[in-house]
Design a protein around this ligand. Structure first.
Ligand SMILES: [Zn+2]
Length: 494
Protein backbone atom coordinates (compact mmCIF):
# COMPACT_ATOMS: atom_id res chain seq x y z
CA UNK A 1 0.00 0.00 0.00
CA UNK A 2 1.31 3.39 -1.01
CA UNK A 3 0.89 5.88 1.84
CA UNK A 4 1.53 8.90 -0.33
CA UNK A 5 -1.27 7.97 -2.74
CA UNK A 6 -3.53 7.36 0.23
CA UNK A 7 -2.80 10.83 1.63
CA UNK A 8 -3.60 12.49 -1.69
CA UNK A 9 -6.85 10.52 -1.83
CA UNK A 10 -7.81 11.61 1.70
CA UNK A 11 -7.32 15.26 0.78
CA UNK A 12 -9.27 14.98 -2.48
CA UNK A 13 -12.04 12.97 -0.87
CA UNK A 14 -12.39 15.46 2.00
CA UNK A 15 -12.60 18.31 -0.50
CA UNK A 16 -15.32 16.63 -2.58
CA UNK A 17 -17.34 15.61 0.48
CA UNK A 18 -17.06 19.06 2.01
CA UNK A 19 -18.40 20.68 -1.18
CA UNK A 20 -21.33 18.25 -1.25
CA UNK A 21 -22.14 18.75 2.43
CA UNK A 22 -21.97 22.49 2.01
CA UNK A 23 -24.52 22.41 -0.83
CA UNK A 24 -27.00 20.12 0.94
CA UNK A 25 -26.70 21.59 4.45
CA UNK A 26 -26.77 25.18 3.20
CA UNK A 27 -30.06 24.39 1.44
CA UNK A 28 -28.67 24.91 -2.09
CA UNK A 29 -29.44 21.37 -3.20
CA UNK A 30 -32.19 18.95 -2.18
CA UNK A 31 -30.68 15.55 -2.72
CA UNK A 32 -27.51 14.43 -0.95
CA UNK A 33 -25.09 12.57 -3.25
CA UNK A 34 -22.35 11.94 -0.70
CA UNK A 35 -22.56 8.16 -1.27
CA UNK A 36 -21.43 8.61 -4.88
CA UNK A 37 -18.37 10.49 -3.62
CA UNK A 38 -17.59 7.75 -1.13
CA UNK A 39 -17.84 5.22 -3.97
CA UNK A 40 -15.49 7.28 -6.12
CA UNK A 41 -12.92 6.93 -3.32
CA UNK A 42 -13.86 3.34 -2.48
CA UNK A 43 -10.26 2.46 -1.65
CA UNK A 44 -10.54 4.61 1.50
CA UNK A 45 -13.49 2.52 2.68
CA UNK A 46 -11.68 -0.81 2.37
CA UNK A 47 -10.94 -2.74 5.49
CA UNK A 48 -7.48 -3.68 4.15
CA UNK A 49 -6.33 -0.06 3.95
CA UNK A 50 -7.43 0.59 7.53
CA UNK A 51 -5.79 -2.55 8.86
CA UNK A 52 -2.51 -1.94 7.03
CA UNK A 53 -2.24 1.62 8.35
CA UNK A 54 -3.29 0.63 11.84
CA UNK A 55 -0.68 -2.09 11.95
CA UNK A 56 2.00 0.40 10.97
CA UNK A 57 0.71 2.91 13.53
CA UNK A 58 0.82 0.33 16.32
CA UNK A 59 4.37 -0.61 15.29
CA UNK A 60 5.62 3.01 15.41
CA UNK A 61 3.93 4.58 18.41
CA UNK A 62 6.27 7.52 19.00
CA UNK A 63 7.37 10.53 16.99
CA UNK A 64 5.85 12.41 14.15
CA UNK A 65 5.49 9.45 11.79
CA UNK A 66 3.65 7.46 14.46
CA UNK A 67 1.30 10.36 15.15
CA UNK A 68 0.48 10.81 11.47
CA UNK A 69 -0.19 7.10 11.12
CA UNK A 70 -2.47 7.14 14.16
CA UNK A 71 -4.51 10.04 12.73
CA UNK A 72 -4.71 8.31 9.39
CA UNK A 73 -5.75 5.01 11.01
CA UNK A 74 -8.48 6.77 12.97
CA UNK A 75 -9.77 8.43 9.82
CA UNK A 76 -9.75 5.18 7.84
CA UNK A 77 -11.45 3.25 10.66
CA UNK A 78 -14.31 5.71 11.03
CA UNK A 79 -14.46 6.04 7.27
CA UNK A 80 -14.86 2.26 6.87
CA UNK A 81 -17.93 2.50 9.10
CA UNK A 82 -19.30 5.52 7.25
CA UNK A 83 -18.66 3.79 3.94
CA UNK A 84 -20.90 0.91 4.92
CA UNK A 85 -23.61 3.39 5.93
CA UNK A 86 -23.31 5.58 2.84
CA UNK A 87 -26.68 4.82 1.30
CA UNK A 88 -28.80 5.00 4.41
CA UNK A 89 -26.93 8.22 5.41
CA UNK A 90 -27.94 9.84 2.13
CA UNK A 91 -31.50 8.65 2.61
CA UNK A 92 -31.78 10.33 5.99
CA UNK A 93 -30.12 13.55 4.78
CA UNK A 94 -32.52 13.69 1.84
CA UNK A 95 -35.54 12.77 4.00
CA UNK A 96 -34.68 15.46 6.53
CA UNK A 97 -34.34 18.12 3.89
CA UNK A 98 -37.69 17.11 2.34
CA UNK A 99 -39.77 16.63 5.50
CA UNK A 100 -42.34 19.17 6.47
CA UNK A 101 -44.29 19.54 9.65
CA UNK A 102 -47.96 20.52 9.60
CA UNK A 103 -49.14 22.78 12.39
CA UNK A 104 -52.63 24.32 12.30
CA UNK A 105 -52.83 23.64 8.59
CA UNK A 106 -49.50 25.34 7.87
CA UNK A 107 -46.66 23.33 6.33
CA UNK A 108 -43.25 24.15 7.76
CA UNK A 109 -39.96 22.54 6.62
CA UNK A 110 -38.52 20.36 9.40
CA UNK A 111 -35.30 22.37 9.27
CA UNK A 112 -37.17 25.61 9.86
CA UNK A 113 -39.23 24.49 12.81
CA UNK A 114 -36.60 24.95 15.52
CA UNK A 115 -36.30 28.58 14.38
CA UNK A 116 -40.09 28.92 14.68
CA UNK A 117 -40.06 27.48 18.20
CA UNK A 118 -37.35 29.97 19.18
CA UNK A 119 -39.33 32.87 17.83
CA UNK A 120 -42.74 31.93 19.23
CA UNK A 121 -43.66 33.75 22.43
CA UNK A 122 -47.00 32.01 22.95
CA UNK A 123 -46.43 28.93 25.07
CA UNK A 124 -49.29 26.76 23.77
CA UNK A 125 -48.35 27.50 20.16
CA UNK A 126 -44.78 26.56 21.01
CA UNK A 127 -46.00 23.32 22.54
CA UNK A 128 -47.94 22.55 19.36
CA UNK A 129 -44.86 23.20 17.22
CA UNK A 130 -42.71 21.04 19.48
CA UNK A 131 -45.20 18.14 19.45
CA UNK A 132 -45.46 18.26 15.67
CA UNK A 133 -41.66 18.34 15.37
CA UNK A 134 -41.25 15.39 17.72
CA UNK A 135 -43.77 13.38 15.75
CA UNK A 136 -41.74 13.77 12.56
CA UNK A 137 -38.47 13.07 14.37
CA UNK A 138 -39.98 9.90 15.81
CA UNK A 139 -40.87 8.82 12.25
CA UNK A 140 -37.28 9.39 11.16
CA UNK A 141 -36.04 7.35 14.12
CA UNK A 142 -36.70 4.20 12.10
CA UNK A 143 -33.94 5.23 9.68
CA UNK A 144 -31.70 6.41 12.52
CA UNK A 145 -32.07 3.08 14.26
CA UNK A 146 -31.07 1.35 11.04
CA UNK A 147 -27.95 3.56 10.82
CA UNK A 148 -26.99 2.96 14.43
CA UNK A 149 -27.36 -0.82 14.20
CA UNK A 150 -25.44 -0.91 10.94
CA UNK A 151 -22.63 1.14 12.49
CA UNK A 152 -22.39 -1.21 15.46
CA UNK A 153 -22.27 -4.15 13.08
CA UNK A 154 -19.55 -2.46 10.99
CA UNK A 155 -17.42 -1.92 14.10
CA UNK A 156 -17.72 -5.59 15.05
CA UNK A 157 -16.73 -6.61 11.51
CA UNK A 158 -13.55 -4.60 11.95
CA UNK A 159 -12.73 -6.77 14.96
CA UNK A 160 -13.70 -4.48 17.85
CA UNK A 161 -16.01 -5.71 20.62
CA UNK A 162 -18.15 -2.56 20.67
CA UNK A 163 -18.46 1.03 19.55
CA UNK A 164 -16.94 2.72 22.66
CA UNK A 165 -13.86 0.47 22.48
CA UNK A 166 -13.49 1.22 18.77
CA UNK A 167 -13.65 5.01 19.35
CA UNK A 168 -11.37 4.88 22.38
CA UNK A 169 -8.70 2.79 20.68
CA UNK A 170 -8.63 4.82 17.49
CA UNK A 171 -8.83 8.29 19.03
CA UNK A 172 -6.78 7.60 22.14
CA UNK A 173 -9.46 9.43 24.16
CA UNK A 174 -10.30 7.52 27.33
CA UNK A 175 -14.08 7.97 27.32
CA UNK A 176 -14.61 6.42 30.75
CA UNK A 177 -11.97 8.66 32.36
CA UNK A 178 -13.55 11.66 30.65
CA UNK A 179 -17.01 10.66 31.87
CA UNK A 180 -15.64 10.40 35.40
CA UNK A 181 -13.90 13.77 35.06
CA UNK A 182 -17.07 15.48 33.75
CA UNK A 183 -19.64 13.80 35.97
CA UNK A 184 -19.03 16.12 38.97
CA UNK A 185 -20.02 19.06 36.75
CA UNK A 186 -23.61 17.89 37.21
CA UNK A 187 -23.60 17.54 40.99
CA UNK A 188 -21.42 20.56 41.71
CA UNK A 189 -23.39 23.02 39.58
CA UNK A 190 -26.88 21.71 40.25
CA UNK A 191 -27.89 24.34 42.80
CA UNK A 192 -26.57 27.33 40.91
CA UNK A 193 -28.09 26.04 37.68
CA UNK A 194 -31.46 25.50 39.34
CA UNK A 195 -31.48 29.01 40.80
CA UNK A 196 -30.65 30.75 37.58
CA UNK A 197 -33.00 28.50 35.58
CA UNK A 198 -36.00 29.32 37.80
CA UNK A 199 -35.17 33.01 37.63
CA UNK A 200 -35.11 33.14 33.84
CA UNK A 201 -38.02 30.74 33.29
CA UNK A 202 -40.25 32.78 35.56
CA UNK A 203 -39.35 36.13 34.03
CA UNK A 204 -38.93 35.26 30.39
CA UNK A 205 -41.23 32.34 29.60
CA UNK A 206 -43.88 32.40 32.33
CA UNK A 207 -43.32 28.66 32.86
CA UNK A 208 -42.57 27.21 36.28
CA UNK A 209 -39.59 24.84 36.45
CA UNK A 210 -42.00 22.00 37.19
CA UNK A 211 -43.97 22.36 33.98
CA UNK A 212 -41.15 23.62 31.72
CA UNK A 213 -40.16 21.66 28.63
CA UNK A 214 -37.33 21.70 26.11
CA UNK A 215 -39.12 24.28 23.96
CA UNK A 216 -39.18 26.72 26.88
CA UNK A 217 -35.39 26.53 27.07
CA UNK A 218 -35.10 26.99 23.32
CA UNK A 219 -37.24 30.10 23.64
CA UNK A 220 -35.38 31.29 26.73
CA UNK A 221 -31.98 31.09 25.04
CA UNK A 222 -33.35 32.90 22.00
CA UNK A 223 -33.65 35.81 24.48
CA UNK A 224 -35.71 38.39 22.56
CA UNK A 225 -35.31 40.51 25.70
CA UNK A 226 -31.73 41.06 24.55
CA UNK A 227 -32.47 41.82 20.89
CA UNK A 228 -31.83 45.52 21.37
CA UNK A 229 -28.46 44.67 22.94
CA UNK A 230 -27.45 42.41 20.03
CA UNK A 231 -28.88 43.89 16.82
CA UNK A 232 -28.07 42.06 13.56
CA UNK A 233 -26.55 45.27 12.23
CA UNK A 234 -23.88 45.28 14.96
CA UNK A 235 -22.72 41.69 14.51
CA UNK A 236 -20.01 42.19 11.94
CA UNK A 237 -18.24 45.03 13.68
CA UNK A 238 -18.50 43.56 17.20
CA UNK A 239 -17.03 40.25 16.10
CA UNK A 240 -14.36 41.52 13.74
CA UNK A 241 -13.07 44.63 15.52
CA UNK A 242 -11.34 42.68 18.33
CA UNK A 243 -9.59 40.53 15.72
CA UNK A 244 -8.23 43.62 14.01
CA UNK A 245 -7.09 44.90 17.42
CA UNK A 246 -5.16 41.66 17.83
CA UNK A 247 -3.69 42.20 14.35
CA UNK A 248 -5.61 39.30 12.82
CA UNK A 249 -7.37 39.69 9.46
CA UNK A 250 -10.92 38.37 10.11
CA UNK A 251 -11.24 37.17 6.49
CA UNK A 252 -7.73 35.68 6.39
CA UNK A 253 -6.82 37.47 3.18
CA UNK A 254 -10.02 36.31 1.44
CA UNK A 255 -9.63 32.62 2.32
CA UNK A 256 -12.79 32.81 4.48
CA UNK A 257 -16.15 33.35 2.79
CA UNK A 258 -19.34 33.96 4.76
CA UNK A 259 -22.70 32.49 3.68
CA UNK A 260 -25.38 34.13 5.82
CA UNK A 261 -28.15 34.12 3.23
CA UNK A 262 -31.49 32.85 4.53
CA UNK A 263 -32.84 29.75 2.71
CA UNK A 264 -35.81 27.63 3.86
CA UNK A 265 -33.89 24.35 3.76
CA UNK A 266 -30.68 25.66 5.26
CA UNK A 267 -29.86 23.79 8.44
CA UNK A 268 -30.39 25.95 11.55
CA UNK A 269 -27.10 24.71 13.00
CA UNK A 270 -24.22 26.95 11.87
CA UNK A 271 -21.15 25.20 10.44
CA UNK A 272 -17.91 25.69 8.58
CA UNK A 273 -17.25 23.88 5.30
CA UNK A 274 -13.61 23.36 4.39
CA UNK A 275 -13.26 22.43 0.73
CA UNK A 276 -9.58 23.36 0.94
CA UNK A 277 -7.53 24.01 4.09
CA UNK A 278 -6.29 26.73 4.37
CA UNK A 279 -7.36 28.25 1.06
CA UNK A 280 -11.15 27.83 0.88
CA UNK A 281 -13.15 28.01 4.06
CA UNK A 282 -16.90 28.77 4.10
CA UNK A 283 -18.62 30.00 7.24
CA UNK A 284 -22.33 29.14 7.07
CA UNK A 285 -24.85 30.71 9.43
CA UNK A 286 -28.60 31.06 9.48
CA UNK A 287 -29.36 34.13 11.56
CA UNK A 288 -32.62 34.07 13.52
CA UNK A 289 -32.00 36.99 15.89
CA UNK A 290 -30.55 37.71 19.32
CA UNK A 291 -27.37 36.76 21.17
CA UNK A 292 -27.47 33.26 19.66
CA UNK A 293 -26.57 34.72 16.28
CA UNK A 294 -23.53 36.39 17.79
CA UNK A 295 -22.51 33.20 19.58
CA UNK A 296 -22.95 31.02 16.48
CA UNK A 297 -21.08 33.46 14.28
CA UNK A 298 -18.19 33.82 16.71
CA UNK A 299 -17.99 30.06 17.21
CA UNK A 300 -17.81 29.31 13.50
CA UNK A 301 -15.42 32.21 12.99
CA UNK A 302 -13.10 30.53 15.51
CA UNK A 303 -13.12 27.36 13.40
CA UNK A 304 -12.76 29.30 10.17
CA UNK A 305 -9.76 31.26 11.44
CA UNK A 306 -8.08 28.12 12.71
CA UNK A 307 -8.45 26.40 9.34
CA UNK A 308 -7.68 29.45 7.21
CA UNK A 309 -4.47 30.14 9.14
CA UNK A 310 -3.29 26.53 9.16
CA UNK A 311 0.16 26.17 7.61
CA UNK A 312 -0.43 25.08 3.98
CA UNK A 313 2.81 23.09 4.14
CA UNK A 314 1.48 20.67 6.78
CA UNK A 315 0.61 17.13 5.71
CA UNK A 316 -3.08 16.31 5.29
CA UNK A 317 -3.17 14.48 8.65
CA UNK A 318 -2.45 17.75 10.48
CA UNK A 319 -4.54 19.99 8.27
CA UNK A 320 -7.66 17.80 8.15
CA UNK A 321 -7.44 14.99 10.70
CA UNK A 322 -6.36 14.75 14.33
CA UNK A 323 -8.15 15.83 17.48
CA UNK A 324 -11.20 18.00 16.79
CA UNK A 325 -11.18 19.19 20.42
CA UNK A 326 -8.43 21.55 19.30
CA UNK A 327 -10.51 23.33 16.69
CA UNK A 328 -13.53 23.30 19.03
CA UNK A 329 -11.45 24.97 21.73
CA UNK A 330 -10.54 27.82 19.34
CA UNK A 331 -14.21 28.12 18.41
CA UNK A 332 -15.17 28.30 22.12
CA UNK A 333 -12.46 30.85 22.72
CA UNK A 334 -14.14 33.17 20.22
CA UNK A 335 -17.76 32.56 21.23
CA UNK A 336 -16.49 33.06 24.79
CA UNK A 337 -16.11 36.76 23.95
CA UNK A 338 -19.78 36.94 24.93
CA UNK A 339 -18.59 36.13 28.44
CA UNK A 340 -15.94 38.86 28.52
CA UNK A 341 -16.99 42.03 30.33
CA UNK A 342 -14.61 44.25 28.35
CA UNK A 343 -15.73 42.87 24.99
CA UNK A 344 -19.39 43.42 25.89
CA UNK A 345 -18.69 47.01 26.90
CA UNK A 346 -16.18 48.09 24.30
CA UNK A 347 -17.10 46.09 21.21
CA UNK A 348 -20.78 45.23 21.64
CA UNK A 349 -21.64 48.55 23.30
CA UNK A 350 -23.43 46.93 26.25
CA UNK A 351 -24.11 49.41 29.04
CA UNK A 352 -24.70 46.88 31.83
CA UNK A 353 -22.54 43.85 31.03
CA UNK A 354 -23.33 42.12 34.32
CA UNK A 355 -26.79 41.10 33.13
CA UNK A 356 -25.43 39.71 29.90
CA UNK A 357 -22.59 37.89 31.64
CA UNK A 358 -25.11 36.18 33.86
CA UNK A 359 -27.17 35.09 30.88
CA UNK A 360 -24.24 33.85 28.78
CA UNK A 361 -22.76 31.97 31.74
CA UNK A 362 -26.15 30.32 32.28
CA UNK A 363 -26.25 29.33 28.61
CA UNK A 364 -22.76 27.87 28.81
CA UNK A 365 -23.58 25.99 31.99
CA UNK A 366 -26.65 24.52 30.26
CA UNK A 367 -24.44 23.27 27.41
CA UNK A 368 -21.90 21.81 29.79
CA UNK A 369 -24.50 19.98 31.84
CA UNK A 370 -26.21 18.72 28.70
CA UNK A 371 -22.98 17.37 27.23
CA UNK A 372 -21.83 15.79 30.49
CA UNK A 373 -25.17 13.91 30.45
CA UNK A 374 -24.89 13.19 26.73
CA UNK A 375 -21.52 11.48 27.13
CA UNK A 376 -22.92 9.37 29.93
CA UNK A 377 -25.96 8.52 27.80
CA UNK A 378 -24.07 7.79 24.58
CA UNK A 379 -21.89 5.29 26.43
CA UNK A 380 -25.14 3.52 27.35
CA UNK A 381 -26.65 3.82 23.85
CA UNK A 382 -23.56 2.41 22.15
CA UNK A 383 -23.44 -0.51 24.57
CA UNK A 384 -27.17 -1.29 24.88
CA UNK A 385 -28.12 -0.38 21.32
CA UNK A 386 -31.32 1.46 20.32
CA UNK A 387 -34.59 0.61 22.04
CA UNK A 388 -36.79 1.43 25.01
CA UNK A 389 -33.99 1.22 27.62
CA UNK A 390 -31.73 3.65 25.82
CA UNK A 391 -34.62 5.96 25.14
CA UNK A 392 -35.53 6.01 28.81
CA UNK A 393 -31.89 6.54 29.85
CA UNK A 394 -31.72 9.50 27.48
CA UNK A 395 -34.91 11.06 28.79
CA UNK A 396 -33.85 10.60 32.41
CA UNK A 397 -30.25 11.78 32.04
CA UNK A 398 -31.11 14.81 29.92
CA UNK A 399 -34.04 15.79 32.14
CA UNK A 400 -31.74 15.44 35.14
CA UNK A 401 -29.10 17.66 33.56
CA UNK A 402 -31.38 20.35 32.13
CA UNK A 403 -33.98 20.18 34.95
CA UNK A 404 -36.85 20.44 32.49
CA UNK A 405 -38.97 17.65 30.96
CA UNK A 406 -36.77 16.48 28.10
CA UNK A 407 -38.39 14.52 25.24
CA UNK A 408 -37.25 10.91 24.79
CA UNK A 409 -38.08 11.11 21.06
CA UNK A 410 -34.73 12.84 20.49
CA UNK A 411 -32.71 9.87 21.75
CA UNK A 412 -31.31 9.02 18.31
CA UNK A 413 -31.50 12.49 16.77
CA UNK A 414 -29.43 14.17 19.51
CA UNK A 415 -26.38 11.94 18.98
CA UNK A 416 -23.21 13.06 17.25
CA UNK A 417 -21.21 10.39 15.48
CA UNK A 418 -18.15 8.76 17.08
CA UNK A 419 -18.60 10.41 20.49
CA UNK A 420 -18.20 13.97 19.27
CA UNK A 421 -19.71 14.99 22.65
CA UNK A 422 -16.38 13.93 24.18
CA UNK A 423 -14.54 16.29 21.82
CA UNK A 424 -16.70 19.18 23.07
CA UNK A 425 -16.15 18.35 26.73
CA UNK A 426 -12.38 18.13 26.30
CA UNK A 427 -12.46 21.37 24.31
CA UNK A 428 -14.34 23.24 27.07
CA UNK A 429 -11.83 22.01 29.62
CA UNK A 430 -8.84 23.00 27.47
CA UNK A 431 -10.33 26.34 26.41
CA UNK A 432 -10.93 27.44 30.02
CA UNK A 433 -7.29 26.66 30.80
CA UNK A 434 -6.14 28.50 27.67
CA UNK A 435 -8.28 31.54 28.58
CA UNK A 436 -6.57 31.68 31.99
CA UNK A 437 -3.22 31.71 30.22
CA UNK A 438 -4.32 34.48 27.83
CA UNK A 439 -5.49 36.61 30.76
CA UNK A 440 -2.21 36.10 32.59
CA UNK A 441 0.00 36.69 29.61
CA UNK A 442 -1.88 39.31 27.61
CA UNK A 443 -3.96 41.04 30.25
CA UNK A 444 -7.58 40.64 31.38
CA UNK A 445 -8.64 42.09 28.01
CA UNK A 446 -6.43 39.85 25.92
CA UNK A 447 -8.72 40.37 22.89
CA UNK A 448 -7.62 44.03 22.70
CA UNK A 449 -3.92 43.32 22.82
CA UNK A 450 -1.89 43.34 19.61
CA UNK A 451 0.51 40.81 21.15
CA UNK A 452 -2.28 38.19 21.42
CA UNK A 453 -2.62 37.92 17.63
CA UNK A 454 0.83 36.49 16.90
CA UNK A 455 0.38 34.04 19.78
CA UNK A 456 -2.98 32.76 18.46
CA UNK A 457 -1.73 32.67 14.88
CA UNK A 458 1.19 30.55 16.13
CA UNK A 459 -1.30 28.06 17.57
CA UNK A 460 -3.57 28.07 14.51
CA UNK A 461 -0.64 27.57 12.17
CA UNK A 462 -0.11 24.11 13.70
CA UNK A 463 -3.49 22.88 12.45
CA UNK A 464 -4.34 19.81 14.52
CA UNK A 465 -0.84 18.39 14.76
CA UNK A 466 -1.11 18.08 18.54
CA UNK A 467 -4.11 16.76 20.48
CA UNK A 468 -5.77 18.93 23.15
CA UNK A 469 -3.87 17.35 26.05
CA UNK A 470 -0.55 17.56 24.18
CA UNK A 471 -1.16 21.18 23.29
CA UNK A 472 -2.11 21.93 26.90
CA UNK A 473 1.12 20.29 28.08
CA UNK A 474 3.07 22.21 25.45
CA UNK A 475 1.66 25.44 26.89
CA UNK A 476 2.32 24.25 30.47
CA UNK A 477 -1.39 24.41 31.32
CA UNK A 478 -1.27 21.38 33.59
CA UNK A 479 -3.39 18.21 33.41
CA UNK A 480 -7.06 18.40 32.32
CA UNK A 481 -9.13 19.88 35.11
CA UNK A 482 -12.70 21.19 35.34
CA UNK A 483 -11.72 23.77 37.99
CA UNK A 484 -10.93 26.76 35.72
CA UNK A 485 -14.11 26.06 33.75
CA UNK A 486 -16.35 25.95 36.81
CA UNK A 487 -14.61 28.91 38.43
CA UNK A 488 -15.17 31.08 35.33
CA UNK A 489 -18.87 30.19 35.20
CA UNK A 490 -19.41 30.68 38.93
CA UNK A 491 -17.72 34.11 38.75
CA UNK A 492 -20.05 35.25 35.95
CA UNK A 493 -23.18 33.91 37.64
CA UNK A 494 -22.34 35.60 40.91
ZN1 LIG B 1 -17.67 23.77 16.66
Amino acid sequence: MNLEHLRVDVDEFAEALSREEYLTRAGLKGESRAAAIRERFAVLGEREAFEAVRERALASPTGDQGRRLRYLAEFLGTHCVEYRLRNVSDRIATAEAAKTVTVDGEQIPLRSIEGRIKNTADRSRREALESARLLVIAELNVLRQEILEASHEAVRRLGFPDHPTFCRELSGVDLIALRDLSRPILSRTRDMYQDVLSWYLGRWTGASPREAGRHDLVRLFRAPELDNVFPPSGLCEATEAPLRRMKIDPRAGGRIRVDDEPRPNKTPRAFVATPRIPDEVILVVRPSGGPDDYAAYLHELGHALHFAYTDPGLPVEYRRLGDSSVTEAFAFLLDGLLRERGWLKKFAGVGRPREILRFTAFHKLWFLRRYAAKLEYELILHTEGPGARSREAYRELLSGATLVAWPGELYLFDVDAFFYAARYLRAWIFEAQLRELLRERFDEEWYRNDRTGPFLLGLWRQGQRLGAEELAADLSLGPPSIEPLLAQIAADLD
